[in-house]
Design a protein around this ligand. Structure first.
Ligand SMILES: C[S@@+](CC[C@H](N)C(=O)[O-])C[C@H]1O[C@@H](n2cnc3c(N)ncnc32)[C@H](O)[C@@H]1O
Length: 210
């Protein structure tokens, strides 16, 4: 009997454009829980991978960061651009796939805010792009819902603490924890479901300087 091919859930069975209107109305404020460790730092170059409607990118730019935001959804980037323009903020936004994107620069902050592809080869690729984009001394911040506490969705869409500890091996860990979190607000368009305690795994780690 032939071996079964290894399962790879990386490909989503929906289009991210369906999650956005594209008019800026989904843009929400910066996530202070996720970005707590970097808000006091001297601002530098920041990369937001899977930036969605641009709330974190805009919040970082308002705090002095020079921000690049990447998202696979044309509508998400349209929203992000519209909101940045309305706020009078200059951010480089690009429609691109974070699993194959090649950085134009190296970054002092690389962020993935609830934007990792599902477990499998696409997630591995996205995490490699994120790590490779870090400047020496740069900080990686990854936040994703904790699979062990989810009452909805597919487990492979989320992460475990153990997975994130492995994902930042070789970097200097600053904070890796599973914490209670709130449902995500989608601006004028409701929020993520909340059928019980919602938890997030937050991993913050620094690329060694040498
Ligand atoms: C749950 S939303 C989070 C958006 C934003 N980071 C935030 O925290 O509000 C996930 C985002 O990741 C983007 N995304 C998913 N897979 C992607 C990929 N392979 N390349 C680029 N963006 C991707 C989606 O289009 C979506 O905007």
């Amino acid at each position: 009997m032939e071996d079964e091919a290894p399962q790879d859930d990386s490909r989503r069975d929906w289009d991210w454009d369906d999650a956005y209107v594209g008019d800026g109305s989904e843009t929400t404020p910066l996530d202070e829980q996720l970005l707590a460790d970097v808000l006091g730092l001297v601002p530098g170059r920041a990369l937001d991978l899977g930036c969605g409607a641009g709330g974190n990118a805009i919040g970082l730019a308002q705090r002095g960061w020079q921000v690049t935001g990447i998202d696979i959804s044309t509508k998400a980037i349209a929203s992000a651009r519209q909101s940045a323009d309305s706020a009078g903020i200059d951010i480089f936004f690009e429609v691109a796939d974070v699993t194959t994107w090649e950085p134009h620069d190296e970054y002092d902050l690389v962020l993935s805010s609830y934007a990792l592809p599902p477990q499998g080869s696409q997630r591995v690729a996205a995490l490699a792009v994120a790590r490779n984009a870090l400047a020496p001394g740069g900080i990686l911040v990854v936040g994703e819902f904790d699979a062990t506490a989810m009452s909805w969705g597919k487990r492979s869409d989320f992460v475990t603490l153990e997975e994130m500890i492995k994902a930042v091996e070789g970097l200097e860990a600053i904070r890796i924890e599973s914490v209670a979190t709130k449902p995500h607000d989608h601006g004028d368009h409701g929020s993520t479901p909340n059928h019980g305690e919602l938890r997030a795994v937050i991993a913050v780690a620094r690329r060694p300087v040498a």
